[in-house]
Design a binder for this molecule. Structure first.
Ligand code: F3S
Length: 293
């Protein structure tokens, strides 16, 4: 197992909050799925927690239904609308994401240009951008730098909390070469860097890496990417159901890690199944050689 894997504090806090609200009021709605993991979404459904895709569907929400803002955070306009329409909400935005909102909003209100290093389609980035009134710029990779318009004002750069250090460094180093009026704030969350470096360390030592988490989870995909970059054969799986027996061979070492939105029970099942399959393969080889088990 990687030293750090699975639920981060921010995700755990958001899940617990949604569960508590569901338990207390019998129902709650998150703006977008609580995390990018169907197992967690299904688990919370038992407590009356559902989801609406976006604030655009608020009109269809029954009165007295509490809205839970998930750990990814939302833009200022969403808070403004909730307040204006006096809709009850509970803010489970991760404090680390909130800190990025503050930086982006401060820079925007000080008339600075804001650059966000991240995936423009990810809800966290959409939320951060919302604190610049959608006037900031999002760079997914260093190639996107050439598409920036001419920036004459002071520049503030922040990161989506789940970025890889590699991408962040590449982009910010290039930006620093291009602009002198620039301030960079590395807002990559510690939980993300810890999970990524633990995954890298493990990937270096093993024959195969299993990365557990949803295909739509940004931080899980990045874990798989950093493991792949180490040259380890890497499979990203959502649960035990995706494990293929043929991946395993005698005396191999398998490393396992999991994204921040992957629940413990899914991870435990994967560990158990992997151990069983490895034992099976090793036993089978012994039998073929005529060794007594
Ligand atoms: Fe928060 Fe970091 Fe998790 S930003 S949601 S603790 S990955």
């Amino acid at each position: 197992m990687a030293q750090y894997a699975g639920f981060c504090k921010g995700v755990k806090r958001a899940i617990d909050t949604a569960k508590d609200i569901g338990n207390e009021y019998g129902k709650a709605l998150t703006l977008g799925p609580i995390v990018h993991n169907q197992f967690v979404v299904d688990y919370l459904a038992q407590f009356g927690v559902g989801a609406i895709d976006s604030i655009d569907y608020l009109d269809q929400v029954e009165k007295n239904t509490a809205i839970v803002l998930r750990s990814h955070g939302v833009g200022k306009a969403v808070y403004d609308r909730l307040e204006k329409e006096q809709i009850q909400y509970v803010d489970a935005t991760c404090p680390f994401v909130k800190a990025v909102h503050k930086l982006a909003y401060k820079a925007y209100t000080e008339n600075k240009d804001v650059i966000i290093v991240g995936d423009p389609t990810h809800p966290e980035v959409i939320g951060i951008l919302g604190w610049t009134d959608n006037k900031g710029y999002v760079l997914k990779n260093a190639d996107n730098i050439k598409d920036l318009p001419k920036l004459n004002r002071d520049i503030v750069v922040v990161a989506q909390t789940t970025q890889t250090d590699e991408n962040w460094k590449e982009i910010t180093n290039t930006l620093k070469d291009l602009y002198s009026n620039i301030k960079v704030y590395n807002t990559i969350c510690k939980a993300t860097s810890e999970r990524q470096s633990a995954a890298i360390d493990l990937a270096k030592e093993v024959d195969l890496m299993l990365v557990v988490g949803s295909q739509s989870s940004s931080n899980t995909m990045k874990l798989a990417k950093v493991c792949n970059n180490q040259g380890a054969t890497t499979y990203q799986i959502e649960s035990v159901a995706d494990i293929n027996k043929n991946w395993f061979f005698k005396n191999m070492t398998v490393g396992i890690t999991a994204g921040a939105s992957t629940p413990d029970w899914v991870l435990k099942e994967v560990i158990q199944m992997t151990e069983e399959l490895l034992n099976e393969v090793n036993d089978l080889k012994k039998i073929e050689k005529g060794e007594v088990l």
